[in-house]
Design a protein around this ligand. Structure first.
Ligand code: URA
Length: 196
């Protein structure tokens, strides 16, 4: 049976799929609304769809997405079971350029609705663009990654590195971006396991 929750989510998704509030609605191939399971305690918010995501209509399916799945999988998180994944923008910016302020503003209706309807307990802000959509700070991601912040609807939010940054930094040595990501994801799992 369809619940109020399912109905609210499918209504906002339908609206998003038809959206032309910004010019990206004209240039995209597919809208990338979300992946993973809606009824999750854990939500991950990335930046915007890239080439492969735009082709397939799924978030994080390219190289960065494959690395992300590996990292999440190391602590037992998977999009089939326990995580909901979406992006700040639902349509691909041409040539993967940074989202423009007007595009973020136009798309915030959808992201805000996803957070309000799903009310995840933990929100992972993956990369600079997602961080700046929720946290008003001049500090770079290297300064605030791995720290907990109060999020909307009594959630806990943590900024984490974007996997494409990790792809450019291969070292696994102590203190390297990959090593720091490993500490962060273990901390997320620890707090997740304490949720009631
Ligand atoms: N990078 C993102 O931030 N999101 C995606 O869906 C793919 C790559």
């Amino acid at each position: 049976m369809e619940t109020e929750y399912d109905k609210a989510l499918s209504e906002i998704k339908e609206k998003c799929l038809k959206c032309h509030k910004c010019p990206l609605g004209e240039t995209k191939t597919n809208t990338v609304f979300s992946g993973g399971v809606p009824n999750s305690k854990l939500m991950l918010i990335g930046e915007a769809p890239g080439y492969y995501e735009d082709m397939q209509g799924e978030p994080f399916v390219g190289k960065a997405g494959q690395l992300l799945d590996k990292i999440l999988g190391c602590v037992g998180f998977s999009r089939k079971e326990n995580i909901y994944i979406c992006n700040t923008l639902k349509c691909r910016p041409p040539d993967n350029r940074d989202p423009l302020p007007d595009e973020k503003l136009a798309c915030s209706e959808y992201l805000d609705a996803q957070v309000k309807i799903l009310q995840p307990r933990i929100i992972l802000l993956c990369g600079r663009v997602a961080v700046h959509s929720f946290i008003d700070t001049k500090l770079g991601i290297t300064k605030i990654r791995g720290k907990w912040f109060e999020g909307p609807y009594f959630s806990k939010m943590m900024p984490i590195f974007h996997p494409s940054y990790l792809l450019r930094n291969d070292s696994r040595e102590k203190g390297s971006p990959k090593w720091l990501m490993w500490q962060d994801i273990k901390e997320v799992r620890r707090v997740y396991d304490q949720l009631d």
